[in-house]
Design a protein around this ligand. Structure first.
Ligand code: ADP
Ligand code: MG
Length: 304
């Protein structure tokens, strides 16, 4: 028998390194008319590197001690930023201590007991202003941390704050490379769907705006928690759009589930994102997103 068009399209997508989970998904991919892209690990390569290690004056820590503390807390996390911190510590031959009571909050950061102290590593805005344990922080400490953070973010870096027992002890600067195919992919998706993709990220607005400008994205929503990404998708869908979400993180899983169609980046993607998404980019080529949308359109024309 001749293969039905949607099944041939699935096989074809597979040849491009995209795992489409069902014929229904193959069909839905061609219906999308709006796209929402995640930043870290999706538009960027997802292999960020630590570029700056800045202990705060008065913390009593040197660079190596700060990095070792952060790496211990990050060790159990599968977030790309966590991997960057652990790799940086290993590269410098530092011992990564075992931790207890590890907890992670998607879009915010991690927290763990390290050698008798509670260490948190994560988004500076959230750790400095949302955390009740730092509400009584001396303004000088807060301003000192904020100055380091602003410098890094102005340089397009992601800044993560490290606190010990609720007090900021240092800031790490982390940089990730844009995927070389990011701008072309945005252009192809714009042409295919008739609307520019929007950027949904948990990262800071400065780093997000800088990256968006370089790839032709004009609508940027930054500092988002997982539920904020869902809200952004729902907003579009209630305006009659069928939204394709592309993401890689635990923090993208709810948006991948809420969207008309969700695609996960496979190589650095979290298990939860891979399980939740309707399709997975196995070979790590972002440019295959417009390819599978086009494959779906062609198959649907043959089906109808
Ligand atoms: P994106 O939406 O761009 O993929 P995330 O939502 O995963 O980004 O992360 C948003 C922000 O939350 C990061 O920029 C960082 O400040 C903070 N964060 C989340 N997880 C971690 C972690 N494991 N270590 C340090 N910071 C983290
Ligand atoms: Mg991500």
């Amino acid at each position: 028998a001749t293969m039905p068009p949607l099944l041939s399209a699935i096989a074809n997508a597979g040849r491009h390194g995209v795992l489409v989970k069902s014929a229904v998904v193959m069909e839905r991919l061609g219906q999308v008319d709006a796209v929402a892209l995640d930043k870290t690990g999706t538009l960027t390569e997802g292999t960020p590197r630590v570029t700056d290690i800045l202990p705060l004056p008065g913390s009593g820590l040197d660079e190596k001690e700060l990095l070792a503390l952060a790496a211990a807390a990050e060790h159990p996390s599968e977030h790309p930023l966590a991997r960057a911190v652990v790799d940086a510590a290993r590269t410098r031959g530092l011992t990564v201590a075992a931790v207890r009571d590890f907890a992670s909050a998607p879009g915010i950061g991690v927290r763990a007991r390290v050698e008798g102290r509670t260490v948190a590593v994560g988004a500076p805005e959230r750790l400095l202003y949302d955390d009740r344990s730092t509400a009584q922080l001396a303004p000088a400490v807060r301003d000192g941390a904020q100055a380091f953070v602003a410098d890094l973010e102005d340089g397009g870096r992601t800044a993560v704050l490290v606190t010990a027992d609720g007090v900021p002890v240092g800031v790490l600067g982390i940089a990730d490379r844009l995927r070389p195919e990011a701008a072309n992919t945005v252009a192809s998706l714009t042409a295919l769907t008739g609307s520019r993709p929007m950027l949904l990220t948990g990262d800071n607005p400065r780093a997000a705006a800088r990256l968006a400008a370089g790839v032709g994205i004009t609508e940027v929503r930054a500092g988002l928690l997982p539920e904020d990404k869902v809200a952004a998708v729902r907003e579009r869908e209630s305006a009659g759009r069928r939204v394709l979400v592309v993401g890689d993180g635990v923090n993208d899983a709810p948006a991948l589930a809420a969207a008309h169609t969700g695609i996960a980046m496979g190589r650095a993607g979290s298990d939860l994102a891979l399980e939740t998404a309707d399709a997975v980019i196995v070979r790590d080529e972002l440019a295959t997103v417009p390819t599978v949308v086009a494959l779906s359109r062609r198959a649907r024309r043959l089906v109808v």
